[in-house]
Design a protein around this ligand. Structure first.
Ligand SMILES: Nc1ncnc2c1ncn2[C@@H]1O[C@H](COP(=O)(O)OP(=O)(O)OP(=O)(O)O)[C@@H](O)[C@H]1O
Ligand SMILES: [Mg+2]
Length: 322
């Protein structure tokens, strides 16, 4: 990987017009409606400066909308938003100058080369003229696109475009980065490299807000995860804390005929234990608390494994991975 430290940025305390800020992002009672539909519903969310918060949630939970509110691409109907000490949307120009955004939807300029895309952003984000060339070179190296810098975006592969999109969001060395599903469609090798990069950014003091559907990504990178559902945060904590609170230590996975699975669910619920369905199986969470009287029924045909953040996701959002 290129030298991540060099991408390290201004610390949050130095922004916000000299005002001291402890939360890089703060949303209070934020509501966003699209016609009669409420996409973000009285959302409270704080992201401490210098931390990485993973935003998890099913399709349509409101993750991207929340990010768009932070960049003032969308306007909240209610509530207050502060980003790096700036009030959004009133001071959104200044907030935007200090943040890097990697959108879920690729909006690169296809007619321009990889390098030109970065140059345009370096200019837009007011990287001083004398430093622009170096900033673009660094970003290209970061995306492993130095060799392809003269290639038009239209002719890059999907993974290369994704890497360019990320590099573009970092070209001005922002104090805060918003990454909306940053590693979608990347091969495992590049994804792992990007994990290293994101981890390096955070280690250098950059605040990261990242949405992802890859639970492993959140588990590895995020200091804390916020689980979103129907426009609100329904649970938040360090990955290990969330697992301990909602899924316990161990899980017993049961395979068998449908009647047996229904029976397992019934018994578990009677004992107050959460369950999840995964295709042909039912998993009983918090299995370490199964009372001895039920051990017979919940134990013998089950496969034991450690509880995971994915269990938490499924139990709390009701999402079925089938
Ligand atoms: N411009 C818009 N007009 C109307 N509805 C919208 C608009 N943008 C988002 N929505 C709706 O708001 C809800 C939240 O969408 P959002 O894109 O924030 O979800 P998400 O959590 O990012 O989902 P995903 O994981 O699929 O990316 C969805 O029901 C979506 O259809
Ligand atoms: Mg989204």
């Amino acid at each position: 990987m290129p030298n991540v430290e060099r991408m390290t940025v201004q610390r949050v305390e130095e922004t916000g017009g000299g005002r001291a800020v402890s939360a890089a992002i703060s949303l209070r009672g934020v509501v966003k409606r699209f016609g009669g539909f409420t996409a973000v519903d009285r959302l409270d969310l704080e992201v401490p400066a210098g931390s990485c918060l993973g935003l998890l949630g099913p399709n349509g939970a409101g993750k991207s909308t929340t990010m768009k509110l932070l960049t003032a691409q969308a306007r909240a109907d209610e509530g207050s938003i502060r980003v790096l000490g700036f009030e959004v949307p009133r001071e959104s120009k200044r907030a935007r100058a200090a943040m890097g955004v990697v959108p879920q939807q690729d909006n690169l300029d296809e007619e321009l080369t990889a390098r030109e895309n970065l140059e345009v952003f370096a200019h837009l984000y007011r990287v001083p003229r004398g430093r622009r060339r170096q900033a673009v070179d660094d970003a290209l190296a970061l995306a492993h696109l130095t060799e392809r810098q003269r290639t038009k975006v239209d002719d890059l592969s999907g993974g290369m475009r994704r890497r360019l999109l990320i590099a573009r969001g970092l070209v001005h060395r922002p104090a805060l980065v918003l990454l909306d599903e940053p590693t979608v469609g990347l091969d495992p090798q590049v994804r792992a490299e990007l994990w290293g990069l994101i981890d390096g950014l955070r280690a250098g003091g950059t605040t990261v807000l990242m949405s992802t559907h890859y639970i492993e990504e959140a588990e590895r990178l995020a200091d804390e995860c916020a689980l979103m559902s129907h426009g609100r945060v329904i649970a938040r904590g360090a990955p290990a804390e969330l697992v301990a609170a909602y899924a316990g230590e161990r899980v017993v996975e049961h395979y068998g005929p449908p009647d047996r699975l229904v029976e397992v669910e019934r018994l578990a619920h009677e004992a107050g234990l959460p369950t999840r369905r995964t295709g042909p199986s039912v998993s009983v969470l918090k299995a370490e608390t199964i009372p001895p009287s039920l051990d017979d029924l919940l134990g013998p045909d089950g496969v034991r494994r450690a509880a995971s953040l994915e269990d938490v996701f499924v139990v709390l959002t009701g999402e079925r991975v089938e």
